[in-house]
Design a protein around this ligand. Sequence first.
Ligand code: ATP
Ligand code: MG
Length: 552
Amino acid sequence: MSNEINSSNFIRNIIIEDLNTGKHDKIVTRFPPEPNGYLHVGHAKSIVLNSGLAREFNGKFNLRFDDTNPTKEDTEYVESIKEDVKWLGGNWDDIFFASNYFDTMYEKAVLLIKKGLAYVCDLNAEEMRKYRGTLTEPGKESPYRNRTIEENLDLFERMRKGEFKDGEKVLRAKIDMASPNINMRDPIIYRIAHAEHHNTKDKWCIYPMYDFAHPIEDAIEGITHSICTLEFEDHRPLYDWVVRECEMESIPRQIEFARLNMTNTVMSKRKLKQLVDEGIVDGWDDPRMPTISGLRRRGYTSEAIRNFCIAIGVSKSNSTVDSQMLEYFIREDLQLKAPSAMAIMRPLKLVITNYPEDQTEMLEIENNAKDETQGKRLVPFSRELYIEQEDFMEVPVKKYFRLFPGNEVRLKGAYFVKCTDVIKNENGEVVEVHCTYDPETKSGSGFTGRKVKATIHWVDAQNAKPAEFRLLEPLILDDAEENEGKNFLEQINPNSLEILQGFVEPTAVENAKPLDKFQLIRNGFFTVDSKYTTDEKLVFNRIVSLKSSFKL
Ligand code: ATP
Ligand code: MG
């Protein structure tokens, strides 16, 4: 993975200092997803950062599943996360599951009880909320706070054995109900959940809370720099408290950075799951989804996503990135990689009336106009072609230089054609355009006799392959994340998917496989869809249009 993300950021500076002062001689970072959904592009930012830092400083990078919540987690998610991290180039040195540390976590909870630093509390959720206090008022101590160590040890043991129902009791850290930091007001560290866990099955019916589990996981693995998003800044005192009071040998340091937010994008597994569950998209990998699997199916390359993550950088204040910035990086990446082809998405028949009826010639057309070394291909051309409907106007508007009766244009890589007349259906719509061609004007023949103002693309009607084109627009119309409280489902774009039936020239796509990428001349960058493509018909997703007004 590229190291450029580290060229300048505050986290990198902390690491350099820690290495220089000898605090650590080797750094260890981790990416700790909860397997409760598929990864999204926000996670990519964390993967690129954590794995990039480990690589740059010859350290170690762990993939750790933070699987402490049995009801939401699933092995399907574990597998997809592994695949996505690998695909992004975040090669982990070790892979761990937090659930494998449940024994240690249990022992540490017992240690806290023995030190008088944890107690079993019977308040229900509602009462606990009342006792917690507010930002301006201190909390109130629980009536169960002064249970004896023996009583707490006994009750906690019985919680583990399954003697109580969900919610009946919790284990709380005994810290300070008057702390100005609400996270320090006797936070819950263990709760009861009679649920099967994807890894430990029914071994446990009590599960550690994130704020207790995470620092222990980090310490067990010898994580030196535990990088998380800014929401956890207020949790850091608790993180440090757990590491200290649980007497962990290795002491990790939590560092917070701004999460990635993007316009027109929901960036939360919970919301993305809702889109899947309600059938608004056709799965986690729907090409309109900001998931890694969705972006991959859309035709994004891991290089483009990584370069985007590097460019957005790492900061201490939240902001929202324009989603066009991500598009910029895929254009940059595909410019030279994706071979060109001609495809017609909204076909209109064009007949060259003076072209021999049974003739087909093979025209040489360059594979990539920006890179000669990619050579040329042979494209069939004959009397009947398809052009785009928008490249013809019966009554041209001002400054329209493409095809209209009496006007001459160049067919890309072929000849000049001049429109002589049209055929209409009973509704008066043009269904066929008739032209004559000038054999003198063949591309590459050095013809200089006269000029035309437009070049249009085409496919040969007889040889073209039928193809479906899926034009994708943002799934979310507004910046949903900024409208918290408002249901993001109200901001779904009803026109995020347009499906067109057309044709693609045969040679370029002869051996096309799912996820192959093409620059379809004038129409954009496209990839072959991995779900809907069949032997009979290629289905293309538009990755991105060719141009944007966005400047980096
Ligand atoms: P979500 O709300 O989407 O489920 P999460 O933070 O709960 O996100 P986790 O699986 O806990 O998801 O995240 C794993 C790691 O990815 C965490 O370290 C988290 O900080 C990081 N991460 C999650 N979302 C973003 C984001 N938008 N930008 C940067 N890092 C993120
Ligand atoms: Mg989460």
